[in-house]
Structure formats: structure tokens, C-alpha cells
Design a protein. Structure first.
Length: 276
């Protein structure tokens, strides 16, 4: 029986996706409780955050796991499920005292939904820190053309000047993938040291293919990272599974999973998690 549950990802892995609308972490937690897999006095951290990139996803997950370990749990008592997001999403910590961030929207990295002793407790909500003049992480997010096609929506046109400058001057596919592989191996090593067996899913199947299969040219920078990733617990992507599922209305118009879609994916996760 698990005493702790950690989920992390981008907007495809939100605990709540709107008023009376829930994401797969909500449904999975409910299923695990009902089946007696999750202790009634469980503690959980759900760290899904809209537009989250893989740097913050790894940090969010490690932060949540560390809090459970600090409560005296063993790694074997913690169930961890991570959804890797697009490799071209990045986060930069901004100190408002020493940088000129202008009106950039900053977000805290430990945002999410928390349960202690089986009860929902107030926690930091998804908030814009710019109005509070506080430090935080700036997210740069420019989905690639194939991502827009997958989502079935138009290209984003509301990028901040910081984002435009980053993608014009610094972004490259090879660096994106290498950085995500670093995040993956960092999280994997942390979990291995603490006897935790994490499970991984993805926003798109192409994200999975880029991380595990793409030929990035000169292998010195990435081959070692990829060769050391443990793929035993790698699951299919959220989008791929829902598109192949024989049921309609699993997506909303902007390309995100609907409440029905989240419930279907939660059922898939429940069946896929071994030792349950």
C-alpha cells in the first residue's frame, strides 16, 4: 500500500482543469483510494502546471518527493507519475532585484494541489508574481509547428519580447533535447537513490520519440544520457492514447484532454502501473 502520491507535468496533467472539471491525477487518486492501493491517511502532491517545461517538472517532482520523505515515508511507499512536456519549453529564475524583467509573468515552481492525511489543504495557487514584485520562474513557450498541428489550433501570437528574443537567438532542437535528457536523468538518479520507481508519460508521442530515438548528430553530448535512461516504466503519451481510444469527445477545442479524456487516461494508468 502506498502512503504518498506525486504527479507532475504541464497543463495535460493538472489536478483540476476548471470548475467541476478534473484531470487524470484527480481520477487516479480517487481510484487508488477506492481500490485500497493508497492509504486513507495518504499525503499527495500534484504539481501539474500550465506551460510547464521539463526543467520545472523535474524540480517540482523532486521537491514533492523530498517533502514526503521528510514525513518519514520510505521510497517504496511513494508512487510517482511524471508527464514530460515539450522539449522546447524552458524556465529561467528571475530575481527582480537584479534583473530588468519588465512586465514578464513569473510563476512559483512549487505550485499545485496538496493533500495531507487524506485531506485537501490550502496551498499556493497558480499565480502571477509580477503584480507582487516577487521573484519567480519565467516560462518561455513556443510550440513547434508539429505541436500546433497535433493540437489542431492556430499558432500562438501573444509571446512576450523575452520569449521572442530567446527563440530568435538561443533556441535549438539539439539543446532542447539534451536539456530534457539532463532533467530526466537527474530525476531518475534522485529516485533511484531513494528507492522510488517513477512512471513516465508524455504530452505527445513525438516528445517521447525525440527524447528516446532522435538522431542528434555528434553523440558526445547526449548518447551517455540516453543510454542511461531506464525505459521499463515508460508509458504511451496522453495524446496518442486518447486519439486511438474508440470514444469521442476526449478533447476540448484547444487540443487539451476533456474531463472524459482525463478519466479515460486515468483508467489506462491504473491498468499500466505494475505491482498494483
Amino acid at each position: 500500500m502506498y502512503k504518498g502520491l506525486v504527479t507532475s507535468g504541464c497543463s495535460f496533467s493538472l489536478y483540476d482543469v476548471g470548475y467541476k472539471s478534473h484531470g487524470w491525477p484527480h481520477f487516479l487518486q480517487k481510484q487508488l483510494l477506492s481500490d485500497g492501493v493508497l492509504s486513507k491517511d495518504f499525503n499527495s502532491f500534484h504539481r501539474g502546471l500550465g506551460a510547464n517545461g521539463n526543467t520545472l517538472i523535474a524540480r517540482n517532482t523532486i521537491e514533492a518527493i523530498s517533502r514526503l520523505l521528510d514525513k518519514g515515508m520510505s521510497g517504496e511507499e511513494i508512487l510517482c507519475i511524471v508527464e514530460w512536456s515539450g522539449t522546447n519549453r524552458h524556465q529561467f529564475f528571475i530575481d527582480r532585484q537584479s534583473t530588468n524583467a519588465g512586465s514578464a509573468e513569473l510563476f512559483q515552481y512549487d505550485t499545485g494541489v496538496t493533500y495531507e492525511n487524506g485531506k485537501d489543504i490550502p496551498y499556493i495557487s497558480y499565480e502571477n508574481l509580477a503584480k507582487q514584485k516577487r521573484n519567480g520562474y519565467y516560462l518561455v513557450n513556443k510550440p513547434a509547428n508539429w505541436q500546433w498541428k497535433e493540437l489542431g489550433v492556430s499558432t500562438r501570437t501573444d509571446m512576450h519580447e523575452i520569449e521572442r528574443s530567446y527563440y530568435r537567438c538561443f533556441q535549438s532542437h539539439t539543446n532542447d533535447v539534451i536539456e530534457s535528457l539532463w532533467n530526466w536523468t537527474t530525476l531518475q538518479n534522485y529516485c533511484e537513490v531513494n528507492n522510488i520507481k517513477p512512471y513516465y508519460t508524455f504530452m505527445f508521442e513525438h516528445d517521447k520519440e525525440m527524447l528516446l530515438d532522435d538522431d542528434l548528430g555528434d553523440p558526445w553530448a547526449w548518447k551517455y544520457l540516453r543510454d542511461n535512461i531506464i525505459t521499463d516504466n515508460v508509458l504511451t503519451s496522453i495524446t496518442k492514447y486518447l486519439k486511438e481510444y474508440p470514444r469521442k469527445n476526449l478533447f476540448i477545442p484547444d487540443g487539451h484532454p476533456s474531463t472524459k479524456g482525463h478519466k479515460v487516461f486515468s483508467d489506462y494508468l491504473k491498468k499500466s502501473l505494475t505491482n498494483i
